[in-house]
Design a protein around this ligand. Structure first.
Ligand code: ADP
Length: 413
């Protein structure tokens, strides 16, 4: 089996002789959400910059799909298209006078004809929710908007892998959630996403795989549960435990819970507590989770379900769902971790609505059903169907564009 990215015994020294990386060998699977986690100076950025040849290892080698990276200019152009890099500071990445020109930079450099550049830029901007911003000067945008422009610039080149250095640093909580939600959506469409962060909460709840780094090397790797189970290792890396793990350990310490694996999130923690107190508490009927595919149902159907189904909470995943929510005038209760939050509410008897699109629709259904099977709690998940002959058919367009748009932004099918 080949990995999408692999490093073999990679070391790197900056010009001043500082050895920033020491013999790092890691292999990354395709289609996963991977977080490089470590304190400042651990070597996360240095490692990431090697993934697409921006830095060349002093010793060792980097492979993409099993092939060693080559560093001639044609090979570098190719790898940088396939492995897109979003820098920590958007101002290091965005330099054109308008948003359009900035996002068009990659496709123009790839030699695409003007019409194709226009189409790809349009798709990328729609995907990140910035249609209408084309003529705006990027340096006047907010931090979150700049990050979206940087992501759109990468998306317009249709990368296989997206590498984001500290994607949420300097962003407010809402903007951070929007960026992470967008990365989930892209991953759901098959892209491999690699982020670096020292935010353990973010890494723990988001990543399929955590690679813990310190002092230019890898301390350990595994699922968030595997890596963050080891308090001593986390302390050595000058990080702290995610709050849900911390609470779990305290409950275990007091004999209120037992178990060997920490819960992944609040939902699992409350399940553990509930399982422990079974017999002493009783639960009433569970609520229903309604799922609306915004590529298929329109504002009328969504308003209809809000009126009919006694919906207490609404959440949206993905840009097109959030845009529609705004159009319909729905104030969203959840914009990140939406599925689990709706499950938590269903367990307290409340109905909710999840607005989403593309592969995220089936992902939501699978997650809710999977939860039901695992926990034995029956939660009904209902997919909102479009009325026959309605929007679903009329939305079919013949235009072809980048794959991520067709699958996710609901702009072409
Ligand atoms: P992280 O991303 O985990 O914060 P970095 O990869 O940025 O870590 O840094 C790893 C080490 O390399 C640190 O000691 C840092 O000071 C050093 N370093 C990073 N960039 C440079 C540079 N451009 N010149 C010299 N040293 C650098």
């Amino acid at each position: 089996m080949t990995f999408i990215i692999e490093t073999r015994d990679v070391s790197y020294s900056y010009g001043d002789g500082i050895e920033a990386m020491r013999g790092v060998s890691i292999s990354l699977d395709e289609g996963r959400k991977i977080a490089l986690v470590g304190p400042n100076g651990a070597g996360k950025s240095t490692l990431m910059l090697m993934f697409n040849g921006i830095l060349r290892p002093t010793t060792g080698e980097v492979l993409f799909h099993g092939q060693s990276l080559r560093y001639d200019s044609a090979s570098l152009r190719e790898i940088r298209r396939k492995v897109g890099m979003v820098f920590q500071n958007s101002d290091d990445q965005i330099f054109a006078p308008t948003v359009y020109q900035d996002v068009a930079f990659g496709p123009v450099n790839l030699g695409y004809p003007e019409e194709k550049v226009k189409r790809y830029v349009g798709y990328a901007l729609a995907y990140v929710g910035l249609l209408g911003y084309e003529r705006r000067p990027p340096h006047h945008l907010s931090g979150g908007e700049k990050k979206r422009v940087a992501i759109a610039g990468i998306l317009a080149m249709e990368p296989e892998v997206m590498v984001l250095d500290e994607p949420t640093s300097n962003l407010d909580p809402a903007s951070s959630e929007e960026i992470m939600d967008m990365l989930d959506e892209l991953n759901c469409g098959g892209k491999t996403i690699i982020i670096s962060t020292h935010d353990v909460e973010l890494a723990y709840r988001w990543a399929d795989e955590v690679i813990l780094m310190e002092n230019g090397g890898v301390l350990c790797r595994g699922t968030g549960q595997e890596v963050f189970k080891d308090s001593e290792l986390i302390r050595r890396a000058r990080l702290k435990l995610p709050i849900v793990v911390d609470i779990y350990k305290e409950l275990v310490g007091r004999g209120l819970l037992n178990g060997s694996n920490p819960p992944r999130n609040v939902l699992e923690l409350t399940d553990l507590v509930e399982a422990r107190s079974r017999g002493t508490i009783s639960r009433g009927a569970t609520g229903t989770i309604h799922i609306a595919d915004v590529d298929k149902v329109g504002p009328d159907e969504i308003k209809g379900i809000l009126d009919e189904a006694d919906i207490s909470y609404a959440g949206a995943m993905g840009t097109s769902a959030k845009v529609l929510a705004e159009q319909v005038g729905i104030s969203l209760d959840f914009t990140y971790g939406v599925i689990d939050k709706c499950i938590l509410k269903a367990l307290t008897g409340k109905n909710s609505l999840i607005m989403t699109s593309g592969g995220m629709v089936d992902h939501s259904l699978r997650r809710i059903r999977g939860y039901g099977e695992e926990s034995g709690s029956r939660i009904e998940a209902v997919k909102l169907e479009p009325p026959a002959g309605s929007r679903a058919d009329s939305k079919k367009q013949e235009a072809s564009g980048p794959k991520y748009s067709m699958e996710h932004a609901g702009m072409a099918q």
